[in-house]
Design a binder for this molecule. Structure first.
Ligand SMILES: NC(=O)c1ccc[n+]([C@@H]2O[C@H](COP(=O)([O-])OP(=O)(O)OC[C@H]3O[C@@H](n4cnc5c(N)ncnc54)[C@H](O)[C@@H]3O)[C@@H](O)[C@H]2O)c1
Length: 277
């Protein structure tokens, strides 16, 4: 590559939620840019992600990790440092979105949604606690665990996957939106706290990427065909009139992780086909 500033050869990256969807796309794109990648998730499919990274000629470990468990996160980072000697890049991507209204009105959502969902219950306390625990606190746990090493080495890149829902509220997803706004603001504040150590912290706020598996909402009790019809409605609301791809999101991540992105910190960058403009 003649633009050496985009080259990630010799860098070690950790990607959470790397078993599928956006996390897998980012992990493979980082590997294509030259990075060795640790794939972590609660799903066993991280083995497949790691295998595909190795097929690209990079080193990879698949480490099962639940970002709700501090000990598991700490052990995953320690295992990464033991194997690769360092962590250069954290991509905090693991997340969940349980799309239900806070209170059911006449058995449904008070607002028109992209599909005629049939809810069994409103958003339960254990569900909204899980969203905050995984989306926001899971990121905080990972940042602390890698931060110890990055501060010591005076070098690091942290990239969190937020959401346009954290920038601009949608018609459903109060707690999800709050969790992602928390991801954005935590990143901005953290960029200030760790800038003396040459650590940049940024957020990518994706719009409609995929459709990934997360676009199929089990709690709506509708068929895959009804979901797919609802995706067409979403696409019509995007100025570029298409979904974004995990590869495109991966390339933005490569940019932020590379020397080319060295002077960008504390930013939330929408990747949404113009949706939030
Ligand atoms: N797809 C989109 O359009 C879109 C838009 C905005 C934001 N996002 C965000 O992007 C990220 C990835 O979304 P996706 O669409 O690929 O979803 P996805 O459900 O396909 O992937 C999320 C991954 O996170 C993992 N995960 C869930 N809980 C975990 C836990 N406790 N510990 C470790 N891993 C866990 C899942 O197993 C899964 O592999 C999420 O943070 C999501 O909120 C996605």
């Amino acid at each position: 590559m003649s633009l050496k500033e985009f080259d990630l050869a010799g860098r070690t990256a950790i990607v959470t939620g790397a078993a599928r969807g956006i996390g897998k796309g980012i992990a493979l794109t980082l590997a294509d840019a030259g990075a060795d990648v640790v794939a972590t998730d609660v799903l066993p499919e991280i083995e497949q992600t790691s295998e595909e990274i190795r097929q690209r000629g990079r080193r990879s470990l698949a480490i099962p990790t639940d970002v709700r468990q501090t000990e598991q996160v700490d052990a995953m980072v320690e295992a990464t440092v033991a194997e690769f000697g360092k962590v250069d890049i954290l991509v905090s991507n693991a997340g969940i979105d349980i799309k239900k209204p806070l209170i059911l009105v006449d058995g449904g959502s008070p607002l028109r949604m992209r599909a005629d969902a049939r809810f069994d219950s409103p958003l339960l306390e254990e569900e909204w606690e899980a969203m905050l625990d995984i989306n926001l606190k899971g990121y905080v746990r990972c940042a602390i665990a890698v931060g110890r090493h990055m501060i010591e080495r005076k070098s690091g890149r942290i990239i969190a996957i937020g959401s346009v829902a954290g920038l601009r509220a949608g018609d459903i997803g109060t707690i999800y939106a709050a969790s992602k706004a928390g991801v954005h603001q935590f990143s901005c504040a953290l960029s200030r706290e760790w800038s003396p150590f040459n650590i940049t912290v940024n957020c990518i706020a994706p719009g409609a990427i995929g459709p990934t598996e997360s676009w199929y909402v089990p709690s709506w009790n509708i068929s895959r065909e009804e979901h797919e019809e609802s995706f067409r409605r979403v696409v019509r609301s995007v100025p570029l009139k298409r979904f974004g791809s995990t590869r495109e999101l991966g390339m933005l991540t490569v940019f932020l992780a590379s020397e080319a992105g060295a002077y960008i910190s504390g930013q939330v960058i929408a990747h949404d086909g113009g949706f939030s403009a």
